[in-house]
Ligand binder design. Structure first.
Ligand code: ATR
Length: 292
């Protein structure tokens, strides 16, 4: 008979820190992964009120948890309470995964890599030599655009409602690199033409997310062209108004569910120090898609 990991004395704890956390799929994902890989790990969500973050992290240190995820609104604030940041966490200035390495808390960020893995797996293509529009210039746009630039696209447009943020991100992306990055205002007259000709359009804005499902970052007059790949990192609803219009135009469309699962899979690999094989990855993605 299988025994649940949390009933075993030597079981180790993983958790999620954020506010809110009740909607999170991470407990289901990580407990499913622990069960599948027969690791004695239990994952629990903790809602932490503002002003309580330092105490929460101290508590996790004292309890010697194996690791934890950090979500909104603490991905940046948490850095002051960690011992070190590594890889993308250092570059992005934001952490979504923490590993407790013999008492030292090390911050990682799997958001950008999670997007890249999901995109490559789903579309069977890369960003190399492509023309791409990223809608949005917030935290998600930053981590996704940095990964896109690492693949040497032909041209990247950062299109945002607030032009200052788009300019700042475009400058950060092109500094010290040869990538052609241009900032554009979402309502600029040239947007329609740009959106018609690029190869890939990615929505990283929060516009269209539940409960505002009737909203779209794009004007209704904008029509996609059928050869485009259109990606929305929103996963609730599964098909946003933005994705519906791309689907109608005959584009290949993808939502943010795989990205969400991949960033979690990569966190699990950091905590356990093992790489999941392809069969395990497609198994867990399949199981999660059945639940969600
Ligand atoms: P995240 O960490 O998820 O990226 P964020 O940093 O708050 O969240 O960024 C949200 C992005 O969605 C921003 O680019 C924001 O545009 P502004 O920079 O102009 O605020 C964009 N956004 C949010 N609501 C939007 C809307 N109704 N229309 C267009 N863009 C919107």
């Amino acid at each position: 008979m299988d025994i649940a990991a949390h009933t075993i004395g030597r079981s180790q704890v993983l958790c999620l820190i954020g506010n809110p956390v009740a909607h999170s799929i991470s407990p289901q994902l990580h407990n499913t992964l622990s069960m599948m890989t027969q690791n004695e790990l239990t994952y629990v969500p903790f809602k932490v009120e503002s002003g309580e973050l330092e105490k929460a992290i101290d508590g996790l240190r004292a309890l010697n948890v194996k690791g934890f995820n950090i979500t909104v609104p603490y991905k940046e604030d948490v850095i002051s309470y960690l011992d070190e940041c590594t890889g993308d966490a250092k570059v992005f200035g934001a952490v979504n995964t923490v590993l407790n390495e013999k008492g030292r808390l090390i911050g990682y960020n799997t958001d950008g890599e999670g997007f890249l893995r999901a995109f490559e797996q789903e579309t069977c293509t890369s960003f190399r030599d492509k023309e791409i529009v990223v809608l949005g210039a917030g935290g998600s746009a930053r981590s996704i655009s940095l990964k896109i630039c690492s693949q040497k696209p032909k041209k990247l447009y950062i299109v945002n409602r607030t032009i200052d943020k788009a300019i700042k991100l475009a400058q950060a992306l092109s500094t010290g690199s040869s990538i052609n990055v241009e900032a554009k205002l979402l309502t600029d007259n040239s947007i329609k033409k740009i959106l018609e000709k690029v190869d890939i359009v990615i929505n990283t804005t929060t516009c269209g997310m539940f409960p505002e499902i009737d909203n779209s970052p794009l004007d209704d007059s904008i029509i996609f062209s059928s050869k485009q790949i259109v990606y929305d990192i929103i996963y609730n609803p599964k098909e946003t108004k933005f994705l519906k219009s791309a689907e109608k135009a005959g584009c290949r469309t993808f939502n943010g569910l795989n990205m969400l699962l991949w960033q979690g899979i990569l966190a699990y690999e950091i905590w356990t120090g093992t790489r999941l094989n392809e069969v395990e990855i497609s198994d867990v993605i399949g199981r999660m898609k059945n639940i969600l």
